[in-house]
Design a binder for this molecule. Structure first.
Ligand code: 4AD
Ligand code: MG
Length: 426
């Protein structure tokens, strides 16, 4: 039905499911979906056989059917088209579909995620997710990046050992990937500009609106590049995603009540940049009781983002709270050359990135200090032994970005089957 405009006033046969219905003595309105869209089917008693009208009145929610009828424009519906039904052929009857048009609690809906995906809100979010993925491939390919897939089973822990998912790899230990970054760094020295897009895993014991156990990350890595140029790519990438969603997901944004005018502001570049030091000052002035050196949680990130109308980069965090691979500051030994991009409207960090340490000895020491075994990282250290170059990269959490773009209030809405602290079902 997404291609309904091509078939106006024409007779079509489509496979549909019933989502809702109402009828009077003379007319039945069937709310239908065909997978691509939600629309109305109208059955007029006088224009169909008695059997068809009877069926239209009786048919149960989520019954699948073939319907034939004429496509009409319908300015009152969100979708803009409806079908005037002539015949109905039931494919498979459904009885007592658990998700009714009334309100359900979130646990109930999550338990029925396999069915809930059929509803209009998750449907709209997943279509926007698809657009963002497509736009990501377009953006990076157009910018001369090559997609280099990183492994999922690894022996490395780029983002700290506390959130590792352990597994067995025959007779040795392995972990599910926390980040593809280290492999992308190898990729950058082979191909110049690379990106990965894949699932990543964090055994985070935190139950927040922003944390998934399994999430998808886009990780570009660029050789011969310092932080500032990387920030420029990041902001152009985000503005491009917003532009593509505005262009191709108008109906979905409407379904989600996400105001396009709000999103439009985020296409204006550049995004502001503040240092971690400045962020601390702003927070203190805003009444936060904290000291230089702490990491920001959700209240701090929300406060900082609220000071701006656009996403904001916070650059150069304390070395002590960031991973081992970040480039040390040239004149200060307490901060590293990194940046987090904070989304507006309380959505928090959507990108984490940095320039990478290039010096072999420095990196070796940092690996040891992080409590990691340098032998496990000798391949990574090789990258500093043979033609090390300045390089930078970043990771965008797909679901974090989508939660913001769609205006949803929890990151679980942005992935088809969320893995949460207490949920691995369905
Ligand atoms: O800031 P993070 O941990 O950075 C990295 O993993 C780097 N290795 C990326 C790189 O430079 N190549 O994670 C990057 C992003 C975060 O900004 C956030 O959007 C998302 O990944 N993220 C999560 N999303 C959902 N649930 C979680 N538990 C997440 N942890 C991080
Ligand atoms: Mg981070």
């Amino acid at each position: 039905m997404v291609d309904a405009p091509k078939y106006v006033n024409e007779k079509v046969k489509i496979g549909v499911w019933l989502t809702n219905k109402r009828s009077s003595g003379k007319i039945a309105f069937l709310q239908l979906r065909d997978g691509s869209a939600f629309f109305q089917g109208v059955v007029v008693k006088n224009n169909v056989t008695p059997e068809v009208f009877e069926l239209a009145k009786e048919v149960k929610q989520e019954t699948s059917m073939w319907v034939t009828g004429i496509i009409h424009e319908d300015s009152r519906s969100k979708f803009g088209y409806e079908i005037e039904i002539e015949t109905i052929e039931v494919i498979s009857e459904a009885h007592d579909y658990p998700i009714t048009p009334k309100e359900h609690g979130i646990d109930f809906l999550m338990d029925h995620r396999h069915l809930w995906l059929r509803s209009s809100r998750p449907h709209a979010v997943m279509r926007i997710r698809n657009e963002v993925i497509k736009a990501t491939y377009d953006f990076f390919n157009d910018e001369g990046f090559i997609k280099i897939d990183a492994p999922i089973l690894t022996g490395s822990a780029p983002e700290g050992t506390t959130t590792l998912f352990h597994t067995e790899y025959f007779d040795r230990d392995a972990y599910l990937s926390q980040s593809g970054q280290l492999y992308e760094e190898a990729g950058a020295e082979a191909f110049g500009k690379v990106f990965s897009f894949g699932p990543t895993f964090r055994a985070e014991k935190s139950k927040t609106r922003r944390h998934l156990i399994e999430f998808w990350m886009i990780e570009p890595e660029m050789a011969f590049m310092h932080q500032e140029e990387s920030l420029e790519i990041q902001e152009r990438y985000i503005a491009y995603l917003v532009t593509r969603v505005l262009k191709n997901c108008e109906m979905e944004l409407k379904t989600l009540d996400r105001d396009p005018e709000v999103l439009k502001k985020y296409t204006i570049l550049p995004y502001p940049r503040i240092s971690y030091d400045e962020a601390i000052d702003m927070l203190k002035k805003g009444g936060f009781d904290l000291e230089w050196g702490v990491d920001f949680g959700s209240p701090e990130e929300t406060f900082l983002a609220d000071q701006f109308n656009q996403p904001v980069f916070v650059i150069n965090y304390p070395k002590a709270i960031k991973p081992f691979y970040m480039k040390p500051h040239p004149t200060r030994d307490d901060v590293v050359i990194c940046a987090d991009l904070l989304a507006p409207e309380g959505y928090g960090e959507i990108i984490g990135g940095s320039e990478r340490a290039t010096d072999y000895n420095y990196l070796y020491d940092q690996i040891v200090k992080a409590g990691l075994d340098p032998k496990e990282y000798s391949w990574y250290l090789d990258l500093r032994k043979y033609g090390s170059v300045p390089h930078s990269g970043f990771g965008l959490g797909l679901e974090r970005a989508l939660t913001w773009l769609t205006g949803e209030d929890h990151v679980r809405e942005a992935i088809p089957f969320p893995r949460l602290l207490n949920r691995i079902y369905p």
